[in-house]
Design a protein around this ligand. Structure first.
Ligand code: ATP
Ligand code: MG
Length: 603
């Protein structure tokens, strides 16, 4: 394929778009690959579309190689299947919903588990039809709370979503493993470094779940790794609970006057001054911090919850949100606490909450009422003693012992993970890093098949609910992640495997001979089976053309210019800045040889 700059549909911009913070976003817009249409919604221009297709090709080839078959669903779907699985509610405001002219509910699909389940139910009825794996590459819609970084977190984006169907757990394990290996090959072929992390299953439900994170400073995900090989998304890290401690020697709890102790640091300083302990000074880790949040459950119901964590740690909102999903979490306001006059804002302690409160009652199903729920960090084990809010203005309670003086409704992973915290599997101290989630694989189990009644007959003629997996790659996000890892301050710098053109030819200088030679080489290299962009613009300076080659980022650049007098043209490598002269009469052959040898290069 040969395209001429004079009529190719591209305009480069000098300035970064005002709303862009990360390099991939700035450069993809400036180089004319994408155009913003609305927040988190982008139009694809020819250059962008060419890269997108190349990324899709790799994904397709690896899906096809494991026997996964391609289908294609609509993005616009009826609400009913999503109501049956409860996701119509669980997705909350992230779901784009709409009505048709008859007032029937529709949605723009955020992911397609329901549709695949129903399709298989429609067509299959026997274990002999299984295992089965299907996929699509398709546009997804999510009204993200914080669309960000261009294609990295869009509200419309391209996803490859695959689904597996098996009769039993062993089958699901095999299907999951096949997908996992295909993902490894996809990211290896693209040359995109990745870490496989244990993940939370979130709104998907199900059991085993791993994320493929591309380590990158601008990534939104924090992940941990240990020297012994444990890797997990910070959201999924389970705090190892210490052994209970013996509290027989801890004095009875005591309410003490603590004026001006607005922060944990003030409280610790005041405690050491006014109420020193004999064995050692008080520390932040001796205090129990109450963090009161208001949940909005999928059915719209609001609930205030007290989250208790050791005072030397901060709450990690992402971990807290993940732990409480699908409920939405906000920090409680004074208004939210208006129904609970017994709680003193700023001095709230566990004794007034959860099972400890005299307001607490239980209904027939054992659901708690009256007092707000109390969920505690797993480090708060039986026998540990704390300084906590006294539920009285300017007072704290000392020597409040878990299990003796208070209990909780349960534990919660809300506290931040710190560098050096122990890995849950005992494999050493954790190290923290950031990454972009580029893929996610889940064992869904029977949740969707159950809800939508996907059953087949097994070997004994008995009906069995099918077990499923779901496997996503963020195709447009992968493209952005590649731009993020392949650029410099002048522009993009694509590896051959995804570059929109293999070769960018420029006519640098005046005179018919330069243009006709450039044209002849461009044509011949294109005829040899490569994609070539020829900058034939007659009135544009060589300097502007050079700058455009750097911004657009094709891996090889051929400069046809002054050297022609000496019978040479110059082949540059955009990726490492090297260049060398080629004799004009051998140029076509040599370029074709180099391009062919590097066709699938991911460097
Ligand atoms: P995230 O945690 O980043 O919101 P998710 O866990 O909700 O993602 P999945 O439902 O697992 O995402 O979707 C599969 C893949 O689709 C993700 O691994 C990611 O690569 C991609 N993806 C998800 N949301 C977006 C988005 N808003 N924009 C671009 N790609 C996305
Ligand atoms: Mg995910």
């Amino acid at each position: 394929m040969l395209k001429y700059m004079t009529n190719y549909f591209v305009r480069t911009l000098r300035e970064d778009p005002a709303d862009a913070e990360v390099a991939s976003h700035k450069l993809l817009v400036r180089a004319g690959y994408i155009r913003r249409t609305a927040p988190g919604i982008y139009s694809w221009l020819p250059l962008g579309l060419a890269v997108l297709k190349r990324v899709e090709r790799i994904v397709r080839e690896e899906m096809d190689a494991i026997g996964c078959q391609e289908v294609h669903f609509p993005a616009l779907l009826p609400a009913e299947p999503y109501q049956k699985t409860n996701r119509w509610e669980e997705y909350g405001p992230t779901l784009f919903t709409l009505k048709d002219r008859k007032q029937a509910d529709y949605l723009l699909a955020p992911t397609h588990e329901e549709m695949f389940t129903l399709l298989v139910k429609d067509m299959y009825s026997s274990y002999k039809d299984l295992p089965l794996a299907l996929y699509q590459i398709q546009t997804k819609y999510r009204d993200e709370a914080r669309p960000r970084a261009g294609l990295i977190r869009g509200r419309e984006f391209v996803m490859k979503d695959a689904y597996s169907f098996d009769i039993d757990d062993e089958g699901l394990d095999r299907s999951y493993e096949l997908q996992r290996q295909a993902y490894q090959r996809i990211f290896e072929r693209l040359g995109l470094p990745y870490v496989i992390c244990e993940a939370m299953s979130g709104a998907m439900g199900g059991s085993r779940s791993e994320e493929f994170l591309h380590p990158c400073a601008i990534g939104e995900d924090t992940f941990v790794r240990s020297p012994g090989g444990y890797t997990a998304n910070a959201e999924a890290v389970v705090t190892p609970a210490p052994e209970p401690v013996d509290a027989t020697d801890v004095p009875a709890s005591e309410l003490r006057y603590t004026p001006d102790a607005g922060t944990i640091a003030d409280l610790v300083a005041l405690s050491n001054e006014k109420y020193p302990r004999e064995d050692r000074p008080w520390e932040a880790a001796d205090t129990l911090k109450s963090f009161v949040v208001t949940l909005t459950h999928p059915d719209g119901e609001k609930e205030v919850v007290n989250i208790g964590i050791p005072g030397d740690r901060d709450v990690d909102m992402k971990r807290l949100e993940a732990a409480l999903a699908p409920a939405e979490v906000e920090i409680a306001t004074e208004d939210d606490l208006a129904d609970h006059p017994e709680l003193v804002p700023g001095f709230l302690g566990p004794q007034a909450c959860g099972p400890n409160s005299d307001q607490r009652t239980y209904d027939e199903e054992g659901n708690p009422h009256g007092s707000i729920r109390l969920l505690l960090d797993p480090r708060i084990v039986d026998g540990t003693a704390w300084i906590a809010g006294g539920n009285k203005q300017d007072h704290h309670v000392y020597n409040l012992v878990m299990g003796r003086d208070f209990t909780a409704d349960g534990t919660i992973e809300a506290a931040e993970i710190r560098e050096g915290d122990p890995a849950p599997d005992g494999s050493g101290p954790l190290e923290l890093a950031r990454g972009i989630e580029i893929g996610h694989i889940f064992q869904l189990g029977r949740k969707y098949a159950q809800a939508l009644d996907l059953k087949v007959l097994d070997q004994n003629g008995k009906t069995q609910v099918v077990t499923m997996g779901s496997y996503g790659v963020g195709v447009s996000r992968v493209l952005a992640a590649m731009a993020e890892s392949h650029h410099d301050d002048k522009g993009l710098s694509w590896p051959m495997i995804v570059a929109p053109f293999h070769l960018h030819v420029i006519a640098a200088g005046k005179g018919d001979e330069i243009y006709s030679t450039a044209n002849r080489i461009a044509q011949a290299v294109s005829d040899a089976g490569f994609d070539v962009l020829y900058d034939d613009r007659p009135k544009v300076s060589a300097g502007v053309k050079f700058a455009d080659t750097e911004l657009l980022g094709m891996p090889y650049v051929l400069v046809v210019g002054r050297g022609l007098r000496d019978g040479v043209v110059e082949l540059r490598d955009r990726r490492n800045g090297t260049s060398h002269d080629l004799p004009v009469d051998k140029a076509i052959e040599e370029i074709a040889t180099i391009l062919e040898a590097n066709r699938e290069s991911n460097q």
